[in-house]
Design a protein around this ligand. Structure first.
Ligand code: TXE
Length: 480
């Protein structure tokens, strides 16, 4: 039974209170590790270590910080298989997905920001012969990074990489549901040459540890990814303290498919955008809207492919879906399937828990589920389910599609399938989401602004957006 420790001031330590939280492996439902159950005392120690480390970390310069992050990236990549297996065991996702997506992206996050910081420019504004202005962009100091359980190391590093590259010191809290790969990475920091206190990882429960980070007066900015309700709670605490906030929250993303689409591409990609990572990606498309002339043909072909998906052992290369992340989340997703039936939905496939045998019989598996016959305003189509459950419905006009697509409290991502370029531009401009994919899904350029509008969040991550978030802009005006 592995003990998952905090990283504070360069040391791997248990929580001050020496209490622990069980960590489960979703594939069997069994406890397989225990997690430091930290509290405000551990956060205080981490903040003090970060404050103490800050001057030297800034003084190391962009090149010096870049080299540390590049070494950390190389160390993770060297142990890619170990990280992939750890991620799969902790989260329940197929190991081939962790090997192909999660861990390579964590490496890419470090490499991207380790090089982006070298080219992070600022601007000057010359006022003829009066004065010259330049924008000084300096690191903020100690910042807080709080991340969710669906893409554990991928999203954890998506936050800490720009924060560190920009010269800040970090107090980070991964999700208590999937802490293992952050711990595995913590054990590499010293070898990467990261000075003690630059990165501190305090594990534990959100309301206890997350709140302690959010409300700590020395923590100047909060970068959060997680549920919308939690984002509201973080904003409630941080806003009166005038902290910078980046909130990446939930989604209820539409997939709008016109009859003139490339049908094979749309079918193949929509299976992925619906069920990759067991549908536990905030960018997944959970509401499929198909232009009526194509509706039945698409629906039948789509359902046939979904039925062919294998739900199985995450270690098995043949498994398309693994387990959902926790028993509580499984119950939540199953309750939404019951709700869909109550609201008049017809379950075309899936719709139930999958019971595997042997050691996997206690695991938390749900069959990929497609539901039709629901209108856009029902709860099933308004609320985030965040599991392997999608609805499908026809539309007649572009306006119908836009009204349905935009008709939720969320605005994170949208997917659009059409061969008409003018329509693609027209629809993309009107879709209320921070990201619009046209004839594709999950193609990600890390330079682009990433984030949502409405209840999907505030602010943007990625590229220069992230580096500007993690620096303070000061205008210096010098008289000529
Ligand atoms: O979120 P939670 P979850 C969304 C996704 C889904 C949710 C799933 O759509 O809705 O996140 O992740 C900590 N103060 N996105 O259930 O509960 C908690 O310990 C401070 C959107 O994990 O919000 C964990 O570390 N922290 C996203 C983290 O917050 C608190 C991509 C997230 O937990 C806290 C991924 C509190 N009061 C998931 N309570 C996107 N838009 O990119 C909990 N936490």
């Amino acid at each position: 039974m592995e003990d998952i420790l905090n990283l504070v001031g360069g040391d791997l330590v248990p929580a001050t209170g020496n209490t622990w939280i069980d960590v489960h492996e979703p594939s069997t439902g069994k406890v397989y590790a225990r997690l430091a159950d930290s509290d405000a005392r551990d956060v205080e120690a981490a903040v003090q270590a970060a404050e103490a480390a800050f001057p030297a970390w800034v003084a190391m310069g962009r090149e010096g910080r870049s080299n540390v992050l590049l070494r950390l990236a190389a160390l993770i990549e060297k142990d890619l298989e170990g990280f992939a297996e750890a991620e799969s065991r902790d989260n329940g996702k197929p190991v081939h997905l962790a090997r192909k997506v999660d861990i390579p992206r964590a490496v890419a996050n470090f490499r991207f920001f380790a090089t982006a910081i070298l080219h992070f420019s600022t601007e000057a504004h010359v006022m003829d012969d009066v004065a010259v202005n330049y924008t000084d962009r300096s690191p903020i100091g100690v910042v807080g990074c709080i991340s969710p359980w669906n893409l554990p190391l991928y999203l954890f590093t998506w936050k800490i990489a720009p924060a560190l590259a920009a010269g800040n010191c970090v107090v980070a809290k991964p999700s208590e549901v999937t802490p293992m790969t952050a711990y595995r990475m913590a054990r590499l920091c010293a070898e990467a040459g990261m000075p003690p206190g630059v990165l501190n990882i305090v594990h534990g429960l959100g309301p206890k540890v997350g709140t302690a980070i959010t409300e700590h007066p020395a923590v100047k900015a909060i970068s959060f990814t997680g549920g919308t309700r939690t984002g509201q709670e973080i904003a409630r605490v941080a806003a009166p303290l005038f902290k910078k906030m980046s909130l990446e929250l939930g989604g209820k993303n539409p997939v709008v498919i016109f009859a003139d689409c490339d049908l094979e591409q749309a079918l193949r990609t929509t299976v992925l955008s619906s069920f990759r990572n067991q549908g536990q990606i905030c960018l997944c498309g959970s509401r499929i809207l198909v232009e009526r002339p194509l509706y039945e043909r698409f629906r039948d072909a789509f359902v046939q492919r979904v039925k062919a998906l294998r739900v199985g052992d995450p270690r098995d290369a043949a498994s398309d879906l693994g387990a959902v992340v926790s028993e509580g989340h499984m119950e939540k997703v199953l309750s939404y399937i019951d709700l869909a039936r109550e609201e008049g939905g017809r379950v075309l496939c899936g719709g139930k828990r999958v019971q595997l045998d042997g050691e996997l019989q206690g695991g938390w598996y749900i069959a990929p589920t497609v539901i039709e016959g629901l209108g856009p305003a029902c709860r099933t189509n308004q609320e985030e389910i965040f599991g392997p459950v999608v609805t499908i419905a026809p539309f007649d006009t572009e306006q119908d599609a836009l009204s349905a697509a935009n008709g939720t409290p969320y605005g994170l991502a949208a997917v659009l399938w059409t061969s008409d370029v003018k329509r693609a531009h027209r629809m993309a401009h009107q879709l209320e989401s921070g990201i619009v994919w046209v004839n594709c899904w999950m193609i990600r350029d890390l330079r682009t602004p990433f984030g949502g509008m409405k209840q999907s969040g505030v602010g943007r991550e990625g590229g220069v957006e992230a580096l500007r978030f993690f620096t303070e802009a000061k205008n210096v005006c010098i008289k000529l």
